[in-house]
Ligand binder design. Structure first.
Ligand code: XIL
Length: 480
């Protein structure tokens, strides 16, 4: 199975390289014959050769690791209670909300973007953060993608979401659960994942509920498996999340005031320490602002015992544990201009001015397609965050369409427009490092649990067929 995957992977990568090159040629032709007035796909001023205003450049300055972690020894760390390698199928990830995997037989139908053009995105194998912008914009040889060890190069094709993103030096990500990485039971998931995405985040397996379900006993196995998959498919990984009021074991919420601080410190040191050097970033603190934007989330166990100081404390602990990882604050409902985004802005501005090690903000983008945040507001919000010197990441995109009027086709057309318009805001800003969907397929999405059926929030349908949203995302990254 492993050899077969590598063989497919190699062939796909070769194909991918050709596609990217032809796109570069097309881009050059448009510039030459259009006298530079009209940029071809992936050829906007943002992606001009030599452009340096990229979050990857920022990472190079501070030696952050945009690296897929090719040297994957995570499961052999010391101090890991259950650190041995196990087959992927054995690791459930301890996620009670995981939907039962139904059997999916057969490959994707012909024409499905999941069916053929997989390839490995280029990664910063040198771990110096300096590579990706050049890959997308130079006409020179593409650097080797060595993560799978075959010595060949290859970026994902330009007609994939990640390949399109890379033409501008951006990245396309998604959230994964460990049990969906078992290509024997869910083959389409890994195929689409490796084809369309070049960065991943653990949907659950790096949260407290998995990593320290029992006090003092750490389980890194499911997270290690995600990192291992990523490293074999030339993908980077962001950690999610060190400190959140949800997905907490009962023992944490029962802690006394005196215990919370030391337990928090120890958790961050152990978890971020275990994956030190293997993640390009962490969502350090998640959703610390109240749902209505009235202030801090006062119901959080961390806020109740430590006050808002838990936020600064967490960032400092994360930086100490993994100095190379970019550190993000992540929240939802703070995409446009509203009370909540104002609170998020104030929080990160104050952290930054106090010298707290924060590098970026993740905006989740769990969007109701019937009431999306106004695009002009999102643009203004992005610009004020970027003006603070922060990187921005669209961290958990899904767009629900149950309340969108019209037929299914009309709902999906609206969804395509929204995916396009939202991603275009990221594509237009070099400091928007990446855009990630919160899952791949409508078959497996937390929205089905949270909001019920009919929302169809993700880019691929329950049969892993590309919905119109996929073309919308690709167009957006290509500046169309
Ligand atoms: C959700 C996952 O999708 C579920 O599987 C899990 O049970 C609970 O968490 N905002 C976040 C994510 O930051 O961590 C949440 O993910 C969705 C909302």
């Amino acid at each position: 199975m492993e050899e077969e995957q590598h063989a497919i992977h190699w062939a796909q990568k070769k194909h991918g390289r050709k596609m990217l090159r032809s796109a570069q040629v097309r881009c050059a032709l448009v510039l030459v014959f259009g006298a530079g007035l009209v940029a071809g796909p992936g050829c906007s001023s943002d992606s001009a050769p030599g452009a340096t205003d990229s979050p990857l450049d920022a990472s190079a300055e501070s030696n952050h690791a945009f690296d897929a972690g090719a040297d994957n020894t995570a499961g052999e760390e010391t101090g890991v209670q259950d650190g041995g390698r196990r087959p992927i199928a054995d690791a459930s990830g301890n996620d009670a909300s995981r939907e039962a995997a139904t059997d999916v037989s057969g490959p994707p139908a012909d024409g499905s973007p999941g069916g053929g053009d997989a390839g490995a995105a280029d990664v910063d194998a040198a771990n110096d953060g300096s590579r990706d912008p050049d890959v997308a914009t130079s006409d020179g040889p593409l650097p080797d993608a060595t993560a799978d060890g075959d010595g060949s190069d290859g970026a994902r094709p330009i007609d994939t979401m990640a390949g399109a993103a890379l033409t501008r030096g951006h990245h396309m990500g998604t959230a994964v659960k460990t049990d969906l990485l078992d290509s024997t039971t869910e083959p389409q998931f890994t195929t689409v994942l490796a084809t369309h995405f070049d960065t991943v985040v653990a949907e659950y397996q790096m949260k407290w509920g998995t990593t320290q379900a029992t006090r003092g006993q750490f389980n890194f196995v499911p997270g290690d498996q995600i990192i291992d998959f990523a490293s074999r498919h030339a993908m980077t990984v962001k950690g999610h999340t060190l400190v959140w009021h949800q997905s907490l074991p009962a023992w944490v919420t029962a802690l006394t005031q005196a215990e919370v601080g030391p337990v928090l410190d120890a958790h961050i040191a152990a978890v971020a320490g275990h994956w030190k050097g293997k993640l390009y970033a962490w969502d350090v603190v998640n959703e610390a602002i109240a749902d209505d934007g009235s202030g801090y989330r006062t119901t959080s166990i961390f806020f109740q015992h430590l006050g808002a100081a838990f936020i600064e404390r967490s960032f400092r602990a994360a930086r100490a544990a993994d100095p190379a990882a970019l550190l993000f604050y992540n929240d939802y409902g703070a995409e446009g201009l509203n009370a909540k985004s104002n609170q998020v802005f104030t929080l990160v501005r104050d952290l930054k001015s106090a010298g707290v090690p924060i590098d970026g903000v993740g905006l989740q983008f769990h969007v109701n397609g019937a009431a999306p945040p106004p695009l002009a507001d999102v643009a203004a919000n992005l610009d004020r965050l970027i003006a603070l010197g922060l990187i921005v990441n669209f961290s958990e995109i899904d767009i629900r369409v149950a309340e969108v009027p019209g037929t299914t086709a009309e709902k999906l057309a609206t969804q395509r427009t929204l995916y396009h318009d939202i991603i275009a805001l990221c594509a237009a800003r070099p400091k928007c490092h990446s855009a990630s969907t919160w899952g791949i397929t409508d078959k497996y999405t937390w929205i089905n649990d949270q909001y019920g059926p009919g929302h169809m929030p993700l880019p691929f349908d329950v049969d892993y067929m590309a919905k119109p949203a996929v073309a919308g995302v690709i167009d957006a990254w290509l500046g169309k």
